[in-house]
Design a protein around this ligand. Structure first.
Ligand code: 5AD
Ligand code: SF4
Length: 332
């Protein structure tokens, strides 16, 4: 059923019983449309270098105090193979916009990982279409590129030197080239009204995303937006739940930024429409330097064996289980 902008905005504004009903409905639709499996995506943050200067992000190039790193390609391949041995069915390669990782270097990493029967997701920012094409030919399956905001004006204010239209061009190229495309927004970005957030969610439908990453804004003190308030946890959960209703069969991660606001953030999202988790498999020595927003407790990182076991038991108690398939977007 199509949703109007006004209905989306009403869902985002709900509180009390209406908010509880929204979460319950989203959980039911999730169960009906994508089932009880929770897909794990193993995240490797392969480079913290970034050519861009987004106002909200700790990896922005003017954050010169940050010690940057690149994981050497052979080490990335090794880490990916370890993750595959542990049972991960999707490997996500994420980085700032770093041209050191040339099309050829990334293609080599992809083809090595694709020797195993797993999916490869890339999250490497805006690149020329030829790079996307080269990586698709090397076997990449999915690409994550958040639009961050559907307003070209707000986009221009927060992304000096970048173009909203080029970002949409990248997303369209990716779709045409046959990637499963993930996009999304920061919830509670300074300057984002509720009306604009409703438009953001509507954009996900109009574009036809396969996956939507929606996480709250977390201020990073060493950025121009460092003194603005955090996004609101309930609003982020309502955005996820609403997205499950308007795009019933897509993949929806319980995003890491939720856990920066509450130790139960991702857990709540899994009960309000989300069906994906992205455990961070980046070795700690690197991960500590990949500070998009300030560090928080270890919940988002590689869970200890004991914690992981407890987590699986909690999932099982809810009738949920860790998926053993690749977990691509199965369009209804
Ligand atoms: N708070 C929340 N999310 C952020 N991102 C970048 N900076 C922040 C922040 N301060 C998100 C952006 C980017 C993704 C990798 O992280 O949406 O696409
Ligand atoms: Fe770079 Fe992405 Fe951070 Fe922007 S959000 S500064 S592109 S890593």
């Amino acid at each position: 059923m199509p949703f109007t902008l006004l209905e989306i905005q009403e869902a985002l504004q709900s509180s009390g019983d209406a908010q509880t009903a929204l979460f319950t409905k989203a959980d039911q639709v999730r169960a009906q449309k994508v089932g009880n499996a929770v897909h794990l995506r193993g995240l490797l943050e392969i480079s913290s270098y970034c050519a861009q200067n987004c106002f909200y992000c700790g990896l922005r190039r003017e954050h010169t105090l940050l010690a940057r790193y690149r994981i050497p390609p052979e080490e990335i391949i090794h880490l990916a193979k370890e993750a595959i041995q542990q049972g991960f069915k999707t490997i996500v390669l994420q980085a700032g916009e770093d041209v050191w990782f040339s099309a050829e270097k990334v293609a080599h990493i992809i083809s090595e990982i694709k020797k195993s029967k797993v999916a490869v997701t890339l999250s490497l920012g805006e690149r020329p279409r030829e790079d996307f094409q080269c990586w698709k030919a090397a076997g990449a399956d999915r690409y994550l590129l958040r639009l961050e905001t559907s307003s070209p004006d707000l986009y221009a204010q927060l992304h000096p030197g970048q173009s909203w239209h080029n970002r949409v061009r990248c997303l369209e190229d990716l779709k045409e080239l046959g990637y499963e495309v993930g996009s999304g927004f920061i919830i509670g970005l300074p300057g984002q009204s509720l009306e604009l957030l409703a438009q953001d969610l509507k954009w996900l439908v109009d574009f036809g995303v396969d996956m939507a990453g929606l996480g709250p804004f977390i201020p990073h003190p060493q950025t121009p937006l460092g003194t603005y308030p955090s996004g609101n946890l309930d609003l982020a959960l309502k955005a996820i739940a609403t997205t499950r209703l308007i795009l019933p069969d897509i993949n929806l991660p319980a995003t890491t930024a939720l856990d920066a606001l509450s130790p139960n953030g991702r857990w709540q999202a899994l009960q309000a429409g989300a069906n994906v988790l992205m455990p961070n498999l980046t070795p700690m020595a690197y991960q500590q330097r990949y500070n998009i927003y300030p560090d928080h407790h270890e919940a988002c990182s590689n869970l200890s064996f004991k914690a992981e076991h407890a987590f699986k038991e909690r999932l099982t108690a809810l009738g949920r289980f860790i998926s053993t398939d690749l977990g691509g977007h199965k369009k209804a």
